[in-house]
Design a protein around this ligand. Structure first.
Ligand code: GLA
Length: 680
């Protein structure tokens, strides 16, 4: 279980950029924040050029003035180290610190995150600004904690500077020791890729790279970010041990669990649910839209059960040239705030106090508009502030409760990025499971399988879904077998267990290490896409009329008579062959589905397992419970993502936490409404 933020009450904060505003505004800003029950501000994460205007010339007076005033107003401060935005003097003088495009051309100054993690010069300059900054501010009474950099691997998560290739070579030497080992691991005998000198190695700058290299590359990038972040974390720990350390974001090619364990007090996330409207392609039935952010938040709480949302959307987003979004409808800012709280946020920091009047994010709206007059977003945040004041001490420290876990791991997620016979299945199954469970009001956790994952972490869950672990070791299979023997219900899907850690295919029948556990083999298989038609699935009891399969079809042969065939294909040349099997093992069950999970199939499985919810409500309502460790206090959250009102039946006696009124079994939620119940 990861480390959590320790808050005594739900706390509101806001990202504040005093460097964007005339100093005369600060005092009024701070006064109004306090009126809204905002008690924390985040400062300085992009302000390197203000603190070190020229190389080696430091001036920390600006933020000192800001923090002195903030302190007078009783505001606490989170400081960001400014290393996401190296100044122009720096990149001009030391171009080797820049990241490069895939063809090696350096990325020029002018955006942000234009640096690479590997350059020794950049590491040195980052250590120096961090050391100077922490030394200058560490004794300021307003400071509570530090954010490292800003959003590691946002914008770019691939690196092609000379320094990156060099660092990759060092990493590979450490991992493999000899070129022989490396050549074996990457199968370089294929296409004469054999390396005979370490200098011949580089990060993948080709369209279809060696897949084993591509997998190692992601592991390298993750390790490289962590070692870069460690330089700063160590300095803060040394100079300011009284403050906490975190970082924000959830981006590719970074093992956030590992980073948090090694370096942080807790993880932080930036939640912008309105991105869903930017990405929506219009093709989905009942899309999750902004509610999809609950999946992200579920992943975040698998890192830190209680965490900080360092940036919570508080207005329409937009850069001057892209990311067009509609404005949050009345009620949605509050709804998204409680979406974060339901999933474990105890410190909620809005992005941003006021919309910038200049710069790339000129349309990224904050709580206040350019005109700085009262508006509905200010009123909505003030409402959240007054509610936090009322219920915040009860909720803080309680955590999300679920009996089902969706299991993932970084190796498979990274392998899935390129692998067309595995990756698309993962996304399909993940969405189906989350969506169907969400729409039927059954809480689900995320769990990341790691080298040191213990059986007790699995047995907390009655059901675990691990649908497409292409990479699977015998050790993992042994752990999962124990889970099932001890009473767990485990679900696999197509393409399980055919690769080893290197990403090479095993010479053994699928599903490799778990074939025996499932009591089956995969006898034949096909990708289904385009002209290759998906077979229909027949499961008379649960899916009368059948349903189409998606993504992949594996024809299963049953080896162990204990494995029962639950559903069969009903078209294609493999018509009548097994598609879904179930085997009872010890006190548990293992299921194997030779396809990717679709919504109807998950729905049918939920029926078959007789899973039920504490509430009856329209699908648009999200339900979840935060409870104290000893379960003496339980709070149920009802979040209505629809503009239409919703009626919810609650099957347990409960009290409305905000109004104190007893519930007579029914809750009426207005459009975008939120109700929090104390379960009695
Ligand atoms: C990210 C960044 C912020 C800001 C917002 C809005 O989350 O951390 O600095 O850019 O997005 O674009």
């Amino acid at each position: 279980m990861g480390q959590s933020i320790q808050m005594n009450e739900l706390t509101l904060g806001v990202c504040y950029y005093p460097e964007h505003w005339p100093e005369e505004l600060w005092e009024d800003d701070f006064r109004r924040m306090r009126e809204m029950n905002i008690t924390v501000i985040r400062l300085a994460e992009f302000a390197w050029a203000m603190m070190e205007r020229e190389e080696g010339v430091f001036d920390f007076s600006f933020f000192n003035r800001v923090m002195d005033l903030a302190h007078q107003y009783g505001l606490k401060v989170i400081l960001g180290t400014p290393t996401a935005t190296p100044p122009a003097w720096l990149t001009h003088k030391y171009p080797e610190v820049l990241n490069a495009k895939i063809d090696g051309t350096p990325i020029k100054h002018g955006m942000r995150r234009h640096y690479n993690y590997s350059s020794p010069k950049y590491r040195e300059l980052c250590e120096r600004i961090t050391r100077e900054m922490v030394s200058a501010y560490k004794d300021h009474p307003s400071i509570i904690g530090w954010q490292l950099d800003n959003e590691f691997n946002c914008e770019k998560n691939v690196f092609y500077a000379e320094a990156d290739h060099a660092a990759f070579r060092v990493w590979l030497k450490e991992k493999y020791g000899t070129l022989d080992e490396l050549n074996k691991a990457w199968g370089t005998v294929f296409w004469s890729q054999t390396y005979t000198d370490w200098e011949q190695l580089h990060l993948s700058q080709t369209e279809s790279p060696n897949p084993h290299l591509a997998l190692d590359e992601k592991r390298f990038i993750s390790d490289n970010v962590i070692s870069f972040a460690k330089l700063q974390a160590d300095i803060i720990r040394e100079l300011a041990p009284q403050h906490w350390v975190t970082t924000n974001g959830l981006f590719g090619h970074l093992n956030n669990h590992e980073m948090t364990d090694q370096l942080l007090d807790f993880f932080s996330y930036d939640s912008y649910p309105q991105f869903s409207t930017v990405f929506y392609n219009g093709n989905e039935d009942k899309p999750m839209l902004d509610r999809q952010w609950s999946i992200n938040l579920t992943n975040v709480r698998s890192i830190s059960p209680n965490f900080c949302v360092m940036e919570q959307q508080s207005g329409p987003g937009g850069w001057y040239d892209r990311i067009e979004m509609g404005t949050p409808r009345p009620g949605q800012i509050r709804l998204w705030s409680y979406q974060s709280v339901l999933h474990g946020t105890d410190l909620l920091v809005y992005f941003r106090w006021r919309t910038a009047t200049f710069g790339t994010e000129i349309y990224w709206h904050g709580i206040n508009d350019y005109h700085n007059q009262p508006n509905r977003r200010v009123r909505e945040v003030a409402q959240v502030g007054s509610e936090f004041a009322k219920i915040g001490t009860l909720i803080a420290g309680t955590t999300y409760q679920a009996e089902i876990a969706y299991l993932q791991d970084y190796d498979n997620n990274w392998d899935a990025e390129m692998d067309v016979m595995h990756g698309p299945l993962q996304w399909q199954s993940m969405r189906s499971w989350f969506k169907q469970l969400h729409y039927r009001h059954i809480p689900i956790d995320s769990l990341f399988l790691r080298n040191d994952t213990r059986l007790e972490e699995l047995t907390k869950y009655k059901i675990i879904v691990y649908p497409h672990a292409a990479i699977m070791t015998d050790d993992t299979a042994a752990l999962l077998t124990q889970y099932v023997e001890q009473g767990g219900k485990l679900f696999f899907g197509a393409r399980t267990g055919y690769k080893d850690k290197r990403g090479q295919c095993y010479m053994r029948p699928f599903p490799g290490p778990v074939a025996e556990l499932c009591g089956i083999n995969v006898e034949d298989f096909t990708l289904v896409k385009g002209l290759v038609k998906a077979a229909a699935l027949s499961w008379e009891e649960r899916l009368p009329g059948g349903t189409a399969t998606v993504g992949f079809n594996e024809v299963i042969s049953v080896l162990n008579p204990e494995a029962q065939v639950v559903a069969r294909y009903s078209s294609e040349y493999y018509k009548g062959e097994p598609a879904l099997t179930r085997r009872s093992v010890g006190d548990g069950q293992v299921w194997y589905y030779g396809s990717a999970y679709s919504e109807p199939v998950v729905d049918a499985i939920i029926d078959e397992l007789r899973l039920s919810s504490l509430i009856d409500a329209p699908a648009e309502v999200e339900f979840g419970i935060r409870a104290s460790k000893d379960a003496s206090a339980s709070y149920a959250f009802l979040l209505n993502y629809s503009e239409q009102p919703a009626t919810v039946q609650v099957k347990q006696s409960a009290k409305d936490l905000l109004t104190g009124a007893m519930i007579d079994g029914t809750v009426e939620l207005p459009g975008y409404g939120v109700t929090i119940l104390e379960l009695l």
